[in-house]
Design a binder for this molecule. Structure first.
Ligand code: ZN
Length: 517
């Protein structure tokens, strides 16, 4: 009797709940509640981006980030470990400070480039000169004999620090067109001149260094206000820095007006020799099919001009938060749910390619891979990656996602397999159903991607929350699906340019040794 009452009560409770929530799957409901009401994204972002910082391969911060992620997973009751896949040149960024000393004093805005060879604590003070206009490679060789002990400006000075959208808003049409035409002509003249030297903008750096330059100053504007892209140094012994557009342009004008500006470059760093490189792998073991996998994927490494907040801090945080949510709402999955936080994506998908190469036994048992890697925005596009039946399973899984999230997403079936760009491509090349969760760009390409402004303040947490919920639901549905996903590939289209049928991308070797960077 007692039992009956309890049963009746609990039945009516469930019914009442169902009528409130529609026909919603109770696990989906739990996922949404956990993601919305107990989000850990802000804490995680603060610890990772402010506490640890950027995660350039080979740096102590990258290693620290792996250990931090492992300890987070362990706190949540999820097994995690790092897997070594290679070795890299170890390096640690130190103090950078740049001053113009003459014709007047001004501190300059810039960054030493990654893996830059350290200056002494006194720095390197030298006159700043630009590249000459040359007739041919011979005249360039003659000029090279005059550059000993000088800092060389190697980038074209930009005619405007205003992004085009700003010109479009305020300039007269005629003046905007004039600026664009002049800039185009300037770029062409600059490139033609570099070509006459017999080198290109990359190979010329070593030539300048070997000719005795004191330092290299470049400026890689990212087409937004105050934004520069910051990659790696190409020098062996002398400093190579990136300078903000404004100060770079000023130095260039002073050089051109024969003011002979002098600049002190202080750029300290530590060469740490050879260090191991890792992926962090965490998993929630499957109960029914432990040897089948759903993989969540996001590269963990970054460039280090900023703190790698949107490339790919945000993808990382979404995947960690999805795992945390899944552990709470779906702790005993049917298939194993595994997350890969890959190292060295930025130098060529090296972590994920190594994982694919190192785990051949897993490849035929991967139900789906979900990757995220283009900034902080909410997911707006998912391609079927060239699998003809992806519309069926992805469509069914997406149907379980709340409308507010789902309505934003455009799907493209069968779509095409990516050949690179980000880590799901490593899996696609092995024929694994792998999908990229493409985000709304929030000015990603100009303002945050590989820039000095890729920092915490650019994160839009509401969009991340929605992405974590989406990812957790997709992972849950893929893990619990009655069916194994179909891997049937599309007929590849004829390439317009070559007139030949395109081929499915082939697996490519990771670069496992970055010690000779
Ligand atoms: Zn990225």
């Amino acid at each position: 009797m007692k039992l009956k009452i309890i049963l009746l009560l609990s039945c009516s409770f469930i019914l009442a709940q169902q009528s409130l929530m529609g026909q919603q799957d109770p696990i989906v409901k739990k996922i949404i509640e956990e993601g919305q009401n107990n989000s850990q994204l802000e804490n995680l972002a603060h610890e990772l981006l402010d506490g640890i910082g950027p995660r350039l391969v080979g740096t102590p911060q990258m290693l620290k980030a792996h250990d931090w992620a492992i300890s987070k997973y362990q706190q949540w009751g999820i097994q995690a470990q790092k897997e070594q896949w290679g070795k890299w040149k170890g390096w640690e960024r130190g103090s950078s400070h740049f001053d113009m000393l003459t014709p007047r004093f001004q501190t300059l805005e810039g960054r030493q480039l990654a893996w830059n060879p350290s200056t002494s604590k006194k720095g390197v003070t030298a006159e700043v000169i630009g590249l000459p206009n040359v007739k041919d490679s011979l005249s360039f060789q003659r000029w090279l004999t005059t550059i000993k002990g000088k800092h060389i400006l190697v980038s074209m000075p930009q005619p405007t620090g205003r992004p085009d959208y700003n010109w479009e808003e305020f300039a007269t049409l005629a003046s905007f067109e004039k600026m664009k035409n002049q800039r185009e002509a300037q770029v062409k003249a600059w490139n033609d001149n570099i070509e006459l030297t017999g080198y290109n903008s990359r190979s010329i750096i070593a030539v300048l260094e070997n000719a005795g330059a004191a330092g290299i100053i470049s400026s890689y504007w990212s087409r937004g206000f105050g934004v520069n892209k910051v990659f790696s140094a190409r020098t062996k012994k002398i400093p190579m820095i990136d300078m903000g557009l404004e100060d770079y342009g000023m130095l260039y004008r002073l050089y051109e007006s024969n003011q002979k500006p002098t600049v002190k470059i202080l750029a300290l760093s530590k060469d740490l020799g050879e260090v191991p490189t890792f992926n962090t792998i965490a998993k929630i073991e499957g109960v029914e099919k432990p040897d089948e996998y759903v993989i969540l994927s996001a590269h963990f490494d970054s460039w280090d001009g900023g703190t790698g907040a949107t490339d790919n801090g945000t993808g990382t945080l979404v995947m960690m938060e999805a795992m945390r949510i899944l552990k709470k709402s779906y702790p005993n999955p049917k298939r194993t749910i595994l997350v890969g936080h890959w190292g060295s994506e930025e130098q060529g998908l090296n972590g994920s390619r190594s994982f694919v190469e190192d785990h051949p036994e897993m490849l035929s048992n991967i139900q789906a891979v979900f990757n995220q890697d283009n900034g902080t925005g909410r997911v707006v596009r998912i391609s079927g990656s060239g699998f003809v039946n992806a519309y069926d399973y992805l469509g069914r899984w997406l149907a379980e996602v709340p409308k507010e999230i789902n309505n934003e997403i455009e799907t493209d079936f069968p779509g095409m397999p990516s050949r690179g760009g980000t880590d799901h491509a490593s899996f696609l090349a092995a024929g694994v159903p792998a999908f990229n969760l493409s985000a709304l760009n929030w000015s990603y390409w100009d303002y945050t991607w590989h820039t000095n402004r890729d920092t915490y303040d650019k994160i839009v947490f509401d969009d991340l929350r929605s992405n974590a919920i989406l990812t957790a639901i997709l992972a849950y549905k893929a893990s619990s699906d009655e069916e194994t996903t179909s891997r049937e590939k599309r007929v590849m289209p004829i390439n317009q340019r070559t007139n030949e049928q395109e081929e499915w991308p082939n697996p490519r070797k990771p670069r496992r040794d970055g010690t000779q960077n």
